[in-house]
Design a protein around this ligand. Sequence first.
Ligand code: IPM
Ligand code: MG
Length: 364
Amino acid sequence: MYNIAVLPGDGIGVEIVPEAIKALKAVAEKFGHEFKFEEALIGGAAYDAVGHPLPPETLEICKKSDAVLLGAIGGPQYDELPVHLRPEIGALLPLRKELALFSNLRPCILFPGLLQASTIKEEVIQGVDIMVIRELTGGLYFGDKYREKTLDGGEKATDILTYSTDEIERIVRFAYEVARKRRKKLCSVDKANVLESSRLWRETVSVLEKEYPDVETIHMYVDNCSMQLIRDPRQFDVIVTENMFGDILTDEASMLTGSIGMLPSASIGGEVGLYEPSHGSAPDIAGQNKANPLATILSAAMLLRYSFNMDKEAEVIEQAVTRVLEEGYRTGDLLSCSDSGGKEIKVLGTREMGDVIVEKIMLL
Ligand code: IPM
Ligand code: MG
């Protein structure tokens, strides 16, 4: 029996998480597993209910679970709160830190059925399969932040960016191990021409490189990488990078897959893994049954693979997604003007997309 902590959060989080649970229940039924789900509050929803975005009970439930499934957090109504009570800095970042999840995996895979859904030309993205590994508990997002008054009556704001050799080594080693099981190419992304932390990053990778002679290592500046991802994304196999660069590059890379609604993530490294879509709470479409649940459903597949060692089960979910897209089922975010070419497109709501995935899981 496996315990899964469920944190729907805010906005579309409460709509997409139930669809991933449906998929997990279908897998449990098909393979004879027992999953127990325990729901807890996080983000704005937790702030509204109990006055803090990460209540101690939530953290407790996560820590004693076998894995955590999260929806999304945040919303415009929380943007004016004191910084420590905002969903991002008050809940999501501390949750990642508390669970020691230094390694964030974001697989950017183009499902064949979505070749025409991307805004990028088909010949550029056909066959894209990139694993971006983002360092998740260090760097700028966790450094000291403060403001000072200046003599001219203005203010000065500071964010500290720190990385230690240890922190770089553990994420880069992890990335090498992943690359070994894939196409054996590692691209380390930094800004070593300007930043000291990036120079340490590059030096550290250059030392480790010698331990992995079977993996081809290249170093790339982050600005160049953001351009190369659009110019020729198939040159990439595994990308490893620091926290903020990984945050930005993965939003960009998600468009190679058609929509940010397709990008799942796994955060691992501690005892309990956290699985969440890479997108946000999308307040503009929240509550309308319009959100794409596939990134969350694919995050549930990653949960099975990385926390429960259930490869077959994870593949069934991924296969179900592949088939459903091939059959022309879409949520609104996956529609594009060129999309209708040839096949009949069926636009579904969040719940209906969850239903066809469950049907497929049971049929496969
Ligand atoms: C992500 C998100 C978060 C991050 C925000 C919500 C704090 O953008 O998971 O990519 O920056 O890590
Ligand atoms: Mg982000």
